[in-house]
Design a protein around this ligand. Structure first.
Ligand SMILES: N[C@@H](CCC(=O)N[C@@H](CS)C(=O)NCC(=O)O)C(=O)O
Length: 228
């Protein structure tokens, strides 16, 4: 049995969730209540000493880190394949995954927090990522070619968020069509926050960030002293 520890608004959890759905796998979703320190319980810390979601446990085998989990799922459950085999499409897929994680994700964090002094950098980072994605996608249906890949899943979760935060896909009409067809898929629909959930998350984001800042101190102590 696969257990999937997640939180619905978590942008690191959703790509794993979509991967599970696209693979048609049966799994037990276990919601971790981060507003109530669910990631700091001794049980959860035993699964991930860094106290972060997502975590996947497959018949006793534990995997942390969203990208590692997605790789694991694609190798263990190869149908339908979500990573191309040939060198060039694989490199392209990995580039999109890494740019999503290393550039778009921090840009989203900075735009969401509306930290003064960081908005221009965050926006430019986002615009540059979208321009690169449009170039890499070209006229193809998906980043890996004609089949959905982990790159589409990762970028397809983050691109709608940067657009909601003010970035524009108008200069990239094919990227917009790519996004529209992804968002129409059952796996995107099923994992989408409702308007009420999104509003609640946006209202709580600053309080959550303050709570996490406080917990970082707690984590610093826990990392040095792992006993519960
Ligand atoms: N590199 C990790 C990042 C995971 C991550 O930062 N998850 C956030 C939720 S979106 C989390 O668990 N935050 C809780 C905390 O930092 O206390 C991954 O790719 O899985």
């Amino acid at each position: 049995m696969i257990s999937f520890y997640y939180a619905k608004p978590s942008l690191f959890s959703r790509p794993v969730w979509i991967t599970l759905l696209e693979k048609g796998l049966e799994f037990e979703p276990i919601a971790v209540n981060m507003a109530k320190d669910g990631q700091f319980t001794p049980e959860f810390r035993a699964l991930n000493p860094f106290c972060r979601i997502p975590v996947l446990v497959d018949n006793g085998f534990r995997v942390t880190e969203s990208q590692a989990i997605m790789d694991y799922l694609d190798t263990k459950y190869p149908q339908p394949p979500l990573l191309p085999k040939a060198a060039e499409p694989l490199a392209l897929v990995r580039m999109v995954q890494m740019v999503s994680i290393n550039e778009l994700m921090p840009a989203i964090g900075e735009l969401l927090m509306q930290k003064s002094g960081q908005q221009a950098y965050a926006k430019n980072r986002g615009v540059t990522a979208l321009t690169l994605f449009a170039e890499l996608l070209g006229e193809a249906s998906y980043f890996g070619g004609e089949q959905l890949s982990l790159a589409d899943i990762m970028a397809g979760v983050l691109v709608p968020i940067v657009c909601e935060l003010g970035l524009d896909l108008k200069p990239h009409p094919h990227l917009q069509s790519w996004l529209d067809q992804l968002m129409a898929r059952e796996s995107w629909q099923q994992t989408q926050l409702s308007t009420a959930e999104k509003d609640r998350f946006l209202r709580s984001i600053r309080a959550l960030a303050r709570l996490w800042q406080k917990r970082r101190q707690q984590r610093a102590e826990q990392l040095l002293n792992p006993s519960p």
